[in-house]
Write a protein that binds this ligand. Structure first.
Ligand SMILES: Cc1cc2nc3c(=O)[nH]c(=O)nc-3n(C[C@H](O)[C@H](O)[C@H](O)COP(=O)(O)OP(=O)(O)OC[C@H]3O[C@@H](n4cnc5c(N)ncnc54)[C@H](O)[C@@H]3O)c2cc1C
Length: 365
């Protein structure tokens, strides 16, 4: 109780204002008008918050050339309203038009919390939109929850070594959900009424033109975030073997053969991807994008198999989100043997992978 400055009688401390949150799920459509799995993951996170937050509203905002089929595909979700910004100008990723569209939807929805998949398209736009609206943005969020009527988010710091939980009072609060961190929403289809939001674009906002997309051929694409298995290759594949010789062409054949049959995602140690820059014999399908670890990626897969990789800390720190870990190494004292793998096979990876490929070709999994 505080003393009242006028009468001297105790005055009541004003109770903190309870925010009735309007949770907006903001997504863009893919080529062809569908919603990506990452958008369904964001929807799942938002619907879970909405369920735990009394008095909250859940709404959806969609941006793309045409959003009706995307809205219909999630029509059975608990959202009470759908907003859309459509047209050829919004079909592809472009900062100026995406930011204008996102801003217009946030205003139309009067959103206080904006949950969006952290796709490359949204990740570069949404912090700017938060700035325009006087809000705040959190990126790389891997979890969101409600406790005592307050929303909190989880994210990892210091190269995935520490997990932090934070909350904010500033609104609107933009929350970018890391793809692969949530269960995708399984809400069914139906017919959704989409309220179109007009966006006035200036010519200046359309200066950037997308003239095409350069990407590896489907069978050359070795990074597969949705794969069950992460297959990691280390520098050992290019080192001299028991016969005193290197066997790089054989390594290439074995690794590509395994990837083709298992559909695993390919990760690598830093040493192996760095070899190219050092003018040594290399595996041509590997780039720094494959690198896992402290200065590389931290992929999410149910299982991981490491081959010819020593398992040093700067590498294994990138395995934080790998469920079951196995490694094949000739050295019984390698890093994997020190509590970093669930199973370590002391074996020659050339022989092991040749045998595994043979079994896979014979239909054994
Ligand atoms: C600041 C910093 C950041 C770093 N960031 C990263 C990072 O992000 N990612 C990363 O990977 N590294 C990183 N490193 C480097 C890391 O410390 C290691 O040097 C690197 O991971 C070693 O790669 P490797 O295990 O492939 O090679 P090596 O250490 O050369 O190990 C090769 C392994 O292959 C085994 N081998 C050889 N032949 C066979 C065979 N026939 N069958 C089975 N096993 C075989 C050997 O026993 C050996 O254990 C970083 C280092 C620093 C200092």
């Amino acid at each position: 109780m505080l003393p009242s400055p006028i009468s001297g009688t105790p005055a009541r401390r004003p109770s903190p204002k309870k925010i009735m949150e309007t949770i907006l799920v903001l997504a863009h459509t893919e080529n062809g008008g569908a919603l990506a799995k990452s958008a369904r993951e964001a929807l799942h996170a938002a619907a879970t918050l909405h369920k735990s937050l009394a008095g909250s509203k859940l709404v959806v905002g969609l941006i793309g050339e045409n959003v009706q089929s995307a809205a219909n595909s999630i029509a059975a979700c608990p959202a009470i309203k759908y907003f859309g910004v459509t047209g050829a100008d919004f079909s592809q990723s472009r900062y100026a038009t995406d930011a204008a569209a996102a801003e217009a939807i946030c205003k139309a929805a009067q959103a206080t919390v904006v949950i969006a998949p952290a796709t490359s398209r949204w990740a570069r736009v949404l912090p700017g939109v938060a700035q325009r609206l006087g809000g705040r943005a959190d990126t790389h969020v891997t979890g969101a929850a409600v406790a005592d009527g307050k929303i909190s988010v989880n994210r990892w710091y210091y190269r995935q070594r520490m997990e932090g939980v934070s909350t904010r009072t500033q609104r609107p609060w933009f929350i970018g959900i890391d793809p692969g961190s949530q269960t995708p929403c399984e809400c069914g289809a139906g017919t959704a009424a989409v309220e179109m939001v007009a966006v006035n674009l200036t010519d200046a906002s359309k200066r950037t033109t997308v003239i095409g997309i350069r990407e590896p051929k489907a069978d050359a694409q070795t990074i597969r975030p949705d794969a069950q298995l992460l297959f990691v290759t280390g520098a050992g594949w290019t080192k001299k073997q028991a016969d005193g010789q290197t066997h790089v062409p054989e390594a290439e054949k074995l690794i590509l053969g395994f990837l083709k049959q298992s559909r695993a995602s390919l990760g690598s140690s830093k040493s192996l991807v760095d070899l190219g820059g050092e003018g040594q014999a290399v595996l041509p399908f590997l780039s720094h994008l494959n690198q896992v670890g402290q200065t590389g990626a931290t992929p999410r897969h149910a299982k991981g198999l490491s081959t010819c990789c020593h398992g040093e800390e700067p590498h294994t720190v990138g395995w934080r989100f790998i469920g079951e870990r196995r490694a094949v190494n000739l050295d019984p004292n390698c890093g994997w043997a020190r509590g970093k793998a669930d199973v370590l096979y002391i074996a020659d990876a050339f022989k092991v992978i040749a045998k595994v490929n043979e079994l896979l070709a014979g239909g054994k999994t």
